[in-house]
Design a protein around this ligand. Structure first.
Ligand code: NAI
Length: 214
């Protein structure tokens, strides 16, 4: 089955499968049944079978899934070997934390960090020096980054994104509190709001309390 035929909700679950299978592989697990995987992941076995069937008959009756093979297929679909050149904008509290994520393991190669604040120029995060945004255009011309991580204030996000698109950026991992919805062809956006995740937790707690009052 082609990548395009996989539904969005399955795609959203793939990183979690990939992570769990990686942990199993590290522990030396060679194969796993959909029942065992479902117990570990908190999904139903039939959901797992349905999801993984999308990638073509991996599970075998009485055998389960070959952990390494399945992880390899999911990794290829996710593009973990793409090594996409990536830059990060905004070297503040959030940017510093995000820059320490292992990008390489997830298909990205962080090659540059930029900030408008000249006082940050030359300071380092990991093994990368913070550059001033005045260098952005020439850097993009030379190193041709494809993805950008936005850890900048909401107000700067739309204009910065447009500028970056004109420099060749085609993918945004957007943490600014501005929901980018880019209309350019071939530009993709992943908006991330940790606050939304916290609200989901709050909803869970609220429902528990609501249930116990009944
Ligand atoms: P911060 O104030 O510590 O850092 C922001 C940095 O961005 C500063 O160093 C500033 O000089 C730089 N900057 C401003 N405009 C820029 C531009 N056009 N290009 C490059 N650099 C620029 O703020 P913090 O805590 O790091 O948060 C950054 C943004 O992320 C804020 O807008 C905040 O609301 C948002 N945020 C989003 C979260 C999420 O889950 N999506 C979580 C936490 C913060």
């Amino acid at each position: 089955m082609s990548k395009n035929a996989i539904s969005n909700s399955v795609i959203r679950r793939l990183p979690r499968y990939y992570r769990f299978l990686g942990e199993l592989e590290k522990k030396g697990c060679v194969r796993i049944s959909s029942r065992e995987l479902s117990e570990k992941m908190g999904l139903t076995a039939s959901q797992i079978r349905q999801d993984l069937n999308c990638f073509g008959g991996f599970g075998q009756q009485g055998y389960g899934y070959n952990v390494k093979e399945l992880r390899g297929v999911i990794g290829n679909i996710l593009g973990v070997k793409m090594n996409t050149p990536t830059i990060l904008l905004g070297a503040g509290n959030l940017g510093k934390a995000i820059a320490t994520i292992d990008f390489c393991k997830r298909g990205f190669n962080l090659i540059g960090i930029f900030d408008v604040n000249p006082e940050l120029t030359g300071k380092t995060i990991g093994n990368l020096e913070i550059r001033n945004t005045t260098e952005l255009e020439s850097f993009c011309e030379e190193y041709k980054p494809i993805a950008a991580v936005l850890c900048i204030p909401k107000a700067s996000a739309p204009e910065t994104a447009e500028r970056l698109i004109s420099y060749g950026i085609r993918a945004f991992w957007n943490f600014s509190h501005y929901d980018l919805s880019i209309t350019h062809n071939n530009v993709i956006v992943e908006n991330v709001h940790l606050g939304d995740s916290l609200l989901t937790l709050s909803y869970g707690l609220n429902s528990l309390e609501y249930d116990s009052e009944e």
